[in-house]
Design a protein around this ligand. Structure first.
Ligand code: 0O2
Length: 232
C-alpha cells in the first residue's frame, strides 16, 4: 500500500483487520469497474470480451508461505510492503487481443495507477505459464485519509486459465516435486493451448468478416405472427 495524506506507516499497518478491510475494499472497487466495462461492451458493441471474473484474498497460510519463500519476516508491515498479490482479481477473456484491450481500459482509468506489468503471454514462463499480470493501486477513502491499495490483476484466456489451474493443482499436490514427465507433458499442453487460442481467434475473425457480408433477412410473416402470438 502506498500512503497518502495524513497516514503514517504505523497507522497503515497497525492491524491485520484494518489491512484486510482495505484489500477487500480495493477488490470491490475493481470489480465494479470491470462490471461497468462489461455492461458498456454489451450495450454499445453487442460484444462481451470477458467470459468471467473471479477474485480472492490470499489466505493467511499462503501469505506466510510466500513470506518464508522470499526470506521475509512474518509481519503485517512486511506483508504489505513485499507482497503484491494479497488482493487478486482474475479476468478470463475470450481471445488474446481482448486481454490487452481490457488491460488498457483499466490502466487508462484516472484513479488506477499501474505499478508494474508482467506479460507472460509475450514472454511465457519456462514451464509454459501464460497470463498478463498488472499490479495496480486504487485509492480507498477511509476516515483517516486515502490509502492507495495494491491489487494484482491477472488477465488470461480460457485456455490459459485451464492450463494454469491444472499446473497449480499438480504443483501443490506434489509440493513442487512432480515427476519430470509431468512437467514436460504440461509444457506440451501449454503449447497446444496457445495454438488453440490462435486458431479460435482466426476462426472468430473469419466469422466476423463473413457475417459482415451477409444482409440480415427479415423474419417471414409466419414467424412474425408466431412471435406476436407468443408475446401476447
Ligand atoms: P497463488 O497460490 O496462486 O497465490 P514477485 O515477487 O511479485 O515478482 P510473484 O508474486 O511470484 O513474484 O509474481 P508473479 O510471477 O506475477 O506471480 C504471481 C501469481 O501469478 C502467483 O501467485 C500465481 O497465482 C500466478 N502464477 C505465476 N506463475 C505461475 C505458474 O507458473 N503457474 C501458475 N499456475 N500460476 C502462476 P502465487 O502466490 O505464486 O500463488
Amino acid at each position: 500500500m502506498v500512503l497518502k495524506h495524513n497516514m503514517t506507516q504505523k497507522d497503515d499497518v497497525d492491524g491485520w483487520t484494518s489491512t484486510m478491510f482495505l484489500y477487500n475494499s480495493a477488490l470491490k472497487k475493481i470489480k465494479v469497474k470491470i462490471e461497468i466495462l462489461q455492461e458498456e461492451f454489451r450495450q454499445l458493441y453487442s460484444y462481451n470480451p470477458i467470459e468471467h471474473v473471479s477474485s480472492r484474498i490470499k489466505t493467511p497460510e499462503s501469505i506466510v508461505k510466500k513470506l518464508h519463500r522470499h526470506g521475509k519476516e512474518v509481519s503485517v508491515e512486511e506483508m504489505v510492503n513485499s507482497l503484491n498479490d494479497i488482493a487478486g482479481i482474475r479476468i478470463i477473456c475470450s481471445f488474446t487481443p481482448d486481454i490487452y484491450q481490457i488491460a488498457e481500459m483499466l490502466a487508462n482509468q484516472d484513479d488506477i495507477t499501474v505499478l508494474s506489468v508482467k506479460d507472460y503471454i509475450e514472454h511465457p514462463k519456462e514451464n509454459g505459464y501464460r497470463s498478463y499480470h498488472m499490479i495496480v493501486t486504487i485509492p480507498i477513502y477511509v476516515a483517516t485519509g486515502t490509502v492507495q491499495t495494491k491489487v494484482e490483476v491477472q488477465i488470461r484466456t480460457i485456455a490459459m486459465d485451464f492450463w494454469a489451474s491444472l499446473e497449480h493443482k499438480i504443483h501443490y499436490k506434489f509440493e513442487g516435486n512432480a515427476p519430470a514427465h509431468m512437467y514436460s507433458e504440461l509444457k506440451n499442453c501449454a503449447e497446444i493451448a496457445a495454438k488453440l487460442d490462435e486458431k479460435m481467434l482466426a476462426l472468430n475473425n473469419t466469422i466476423i468478416e463473413e457475417s459482415a457480408k451477409i444482409q440480415p433477412s427479415d423474419p417471414s410473416p409466419e414467424l412474425e405472427q408466431d412471435i406476436e402470438r407468443l408475446a401476447i
